[in-house]
Design a protein around this ligand. Structure first.
Ligand SMILES: Cc1cc2nc3c(=O)[nH]c(=O)nc-3n(C[C@H](O)[C@H](O)[C@H](O)COP(=O)(O)OP(=O)(O)OC[C@H]3O[C@@H](n4cnc5c(N)ncnc54)[C@H](O)[C@@H]3O)c2cc1C
Length: 415
């Protein structure tokens, strides 16, 4: 019903619009919404009045509270793959840019809508299907934490999951890449995904498995190649627990909301803290050198944050490293310095960017170093061609033309 209304509305709207406005003028600036100041007359507002989307006027922020969205955007919480297809096809026709948002736990503003964009929110995609022995398929919106919590009831676990309890969704973790402590044994998160189902920027569905060349490019792609609808994942038995067949379920509960201890912990972190981390990846033989280089940066900025102990995660190479994350095909180590700042303490954004810049300089001047720009602070002035090198940049660009030729998805991140 929702769709029927949406389509009728759009057809009528388009018809009226085409009659009134010169075709060329209309699409010249890639925006069908021409009066961005007057929110009474936007398509988003009309969608909202029909109950199709939520029309937001409040700014959103992501984990770092460093980047804020524009205040005028629509939010659509998708529930099925055909819904995603339809919305993307319509957005394409009308040239409404689409922003994909998981749990908003990145720090670089990548999931924050720009003016009058349509946000496709994944939070209702939390299904789980038993997909054969030691394999499940899950919706991309489920939090990695909640999925793991759920699997433990059956005596299973994800081989690789994020650090820090509640954090990314499955779609967001893939879109960053997925570094973690258990990667020392199992390889990065990417090594433990069998297949993803995506909707591309034209609204077409693709199943892409780990045997296909394009697969590795979705890790670290920040949603530039398509909307990840679901992922087939390996699971491993938890030793000492009894294993039971994992039951399919339409919606994995948000366990963190039900667990009072977790809930208050989350609210405290969200409201009170600004917590930042800076990760650098390097060949495993460079571990000591990298550690001391990062310690020098931490020392230089010792007053900028209350620093925690650094983390050092060896990442085992099994089949591939995602080219957009760490293009050298071998074991590596990820080392991070991190700390927090409360609103009451003096927060100086320039210092945070200063640290980010120092880390970027470190990476630039050491061969086979890379930083985790997909998940961390600065993004606006990133020169991606320089970060990835010509070859990777060109390949990614050609995949962008293949999967999202109009550039409707997540505009302005890389393309
Ligand atoms: C507490 C905490 C702990 C963390 N721990 C780790 C860790 O241990 N290891 C690690 O590697 N990272 C970690 N991170 C970083 C985190 O994994 C990334 O920032 C991740 O992208 C956030 O996922 P999200 O669902 O919040 O995505 P969002 O912040 O909503 O989005 C991030 C990017 O992914 C895209 N995206 C999200 N969902 C989809 C989808 N379904 N399809 C296509 N594109 C999509 C968005 O468009 C955006 O470009 C942590 C972050 C926090 C806040």
């Amino acid at each position: 019903m929702k769709y029927f209304l949406l389509e009728i509305f759009l057809i009528l709207f388009l018809f009226q619009y085409c009659k009134e406005v010169n075709e060329k003028e209309k699409f010249s600036n890639k925006r069908i919404i021409t009066d961005s100041q007057n929110t009474d007359h936007t398509i988003l507002k009309e969608f909202a009045d029909l109950g199709i989307i939520e029309h937001h006027f409040a700014e959103m922020h992501d984990w770092g509270k460093f980047h804020y969205s524009k205040s005028n955007h629509g939010v659509y919480k998708v529930t099925t793959i055909s819904e995603i297809q339809k919305v993307i096809k319509i957005a394409n026709k009308l040239e409404i840019p689409v922003r994909i948002r998981g749990r908003g736990h990145s720090m670089n503003g990548s999931s924050l809508p720009r003016e009058e964009e349509l946000v496709l929110n994944t939070e209702n995609l939390r299904f789980l299907k038993n997909s054969g022995s030691a394999m499940i398929e899950v919706g991309s919106g489920v939090a990695v934490f909640d999925l793991n919590y759920h699997l433990k009831k059956y005596g299973y676990s994800l081989p690789v999951y994020n650090d820090g309890d509640l954090g990314p969704s499955i779609g967001g973790f893939i879109s960053a890449s997925g570094l973690a402590i258990p990667a020392a044994q199992y390889g990065g998160f990417w090594e433990n995904v069998e297949e993803i189902t995506i909707v591309d920027g034209k609204g077409n569905v693709h199943k892409i498995n780990k045997g296909q060349e394009d697969f590795r490019w979705f890790f670290g792609a920040m949603g530039q190649l398509g909307f990840i609808y679901s992922a087939r994942l390996n699971i491993v038995p938890v030793s000492g627990s009894e294993q039971k067949p994992v039951q399919s379920i339409n919606e994995i509960p948000e366990y963190w909301k039900e667990d009072p201890e977790h809930r208050s912990h989350r609210i405290k972190i969200y409201e009170d803290l600004r917590m930042y981390w800076y990760t650098v990846m390097a060949p495993k033989g460079s571990k000591s050198r990298l550690l001391s280089q990062l310690m020098q940066i931490r020392q230089k900025y010792k007053d900028a944050l209350s620093w925690n102990s650094e983390y050092i995660w060896p990442i085992k190479f099994k089949n591939f490293n995602p080219p957009l994350l760490y293009r050298w095909q071998k074991d590596f180590v990820a080392i991070g310095i991190w700390g927090y700042n409360t609103p009451s303490a003096s927060f100086d954004a320039r210092k945070m960017l200063g640290i980010q810049r120092a880390v970027s300089e470190l990476v630039k001047s050491n061969s086979e170093y890379a930083s985790y720009l997909q998940a961390e602070l600065a993004i606006e002035d990133v020169n991606w061609r320089e970060v990835w090198g010509d070859e990777i940049f060109k390949e990614f660009k050609s995949l962008k033309s293949k999967y999202d030729p109009v550039g409707i998805l997540n505009q302005g991140l890389v393309f």
